[in-house]
Design a protein around this ligand. Structure first.
Ligand code: BDR
Ligand code: CA
Length: 310
């Protein structure tokens, strides 16, 4: 099985991504590292444990990492995810322990202890922990198989400012470290995640599994989608973070292009904007495979099938 570390700030869509990974035998989740993002760290680490217990996988190791971005003040998104970050279902307080080790130490040690090219990092939130790990131990860069991340937006624009996507906006300095690291990167920007919409029929199919996980997921998604539906009149909400895990399982569901991506860290107006050289008008190095298209039907078929195994 492919070894992965999920770095996350749950978040309903993060929760679905974690469940998808835990329900997939092709993936070996070495650990889940948590970061401040959608809500503060004390909630994201607790939410990650709730999700592992919901999945029936309380042995999964969960670590707490950075409680604030590298340079900027923390910005959160309770208006999307609710006060707890995981509003919707009534999930019990977690019984499984939080690991004592700091998330950044776990990331560094795992990469140094495993064979080169063994571990894939899957960031689903602000990139603070990943940047801290790369800064602390630069030798990990050549040992990471690949970083598959949710973040950014280009033709689609931003979802927190006109030009910035939330994960990159919250810690643009960390994103800058990651994008310059030389590690192979696959990026799932809003351009692709906005195609993964939780329509009524798709949520009904998940609820129709008739399991506790199916019911909890339907409740998570119904809470999550109301933000986009009320504000933009869409049918469903965009299931951003599961795109990362889906790519590991069925990469052919996505289409994109290898190009240069740079992040704005100076301008207040465009802070956190991902500048994607889609048309190759510069000779800057191609540092990321940027996805733009998704087979949404294939995506939800896979997701539902994997949730059924939990
Ligand atoms: C990203 O921001 C968070 O609110 C979601 O969990 C996702 O990771 C989308 O911009
Ligand atoms: Ca997230």
């Amino acid at each position: 099985a492919r070894k992965i570390i999920i770095d996350t700030d749950p978040g309903q869509d993060d929760a679905l991504a974690i469940l998808l990974a835990l329900g997939s035998p092709e993936l070996d989740v070495l650990g889940i590292t948590t970061v401040a993002g959608n809500v503060p760290l004390a909630l994201t680490e607790k939410n990650a444990r709730k999700i592992c217990e919901l999945a029936g996988k309380p042995k999964t190791r969960v670590f707490a990492g950075a409680n604030r971005p590298l340079v900027r003040d923390l910005v959160t998104a309770e208006h999307v995810h609710g006060r707890t970050g995981l509003d919707g279902p009534d999930l019990p307080a977690p019984q499984m322990p939080l690991q004592e080790k700091h998330a950044v130490d776990f990331i560094v040690e795992s990469l140094m202890d495993h064979e080169e090219g063994d571990i894939t990092l899957c960031p689903l939130g602000p990139l603070t922990n990943i940047a801290l790990a790369l800064n602390r131990e630069p030798r990990i860069a050549s040992r990471i198989r690949e970083i598959v991340l949710m973040g950014g937006g280009f033709f689609e624009g931003g979802n927190v400012t006109p030009t910035a996507e939330f994960n990159i906006y919250v810690d643009p300095h960390a994103a800058d470290v990651v994008l310059r690291s030389g590690v192979p990167i696959v990026m799932m920007p809003l351009d692709v995640t906005h195609k993964a919409l939780t329509t009524r029929a798709r949520i009904d199919a998940i609820r129709g599994l008739g399991t506790r996980v199916g019911e909890a997921c339907a409740e998570l998604l119904e809470f999550f989608e109301r933000f986009d539906e009320e504000k933009y009149g869409t049918d469903g909400g965009p299931l951003h973070d599961p795109c990362v895990i889906t790519y590991l399982l069925e990469p052919e569901l996505f289409k994109g292009r290898l190009c240069n991506v740079t992040v704005e860290t100076g301008s207040e107006l465009t802070m956190g904007m991902t500048v994607v050289d889609w048309w190759q008008v510069t000779d800057r190095p191609k540092n990321a495979l940027v996805m733009r298209d998704l087979d949404a039907h294939g995506f939800f078929t896979l997701l539902t099938e994997r949730l059924a195994r939990l």
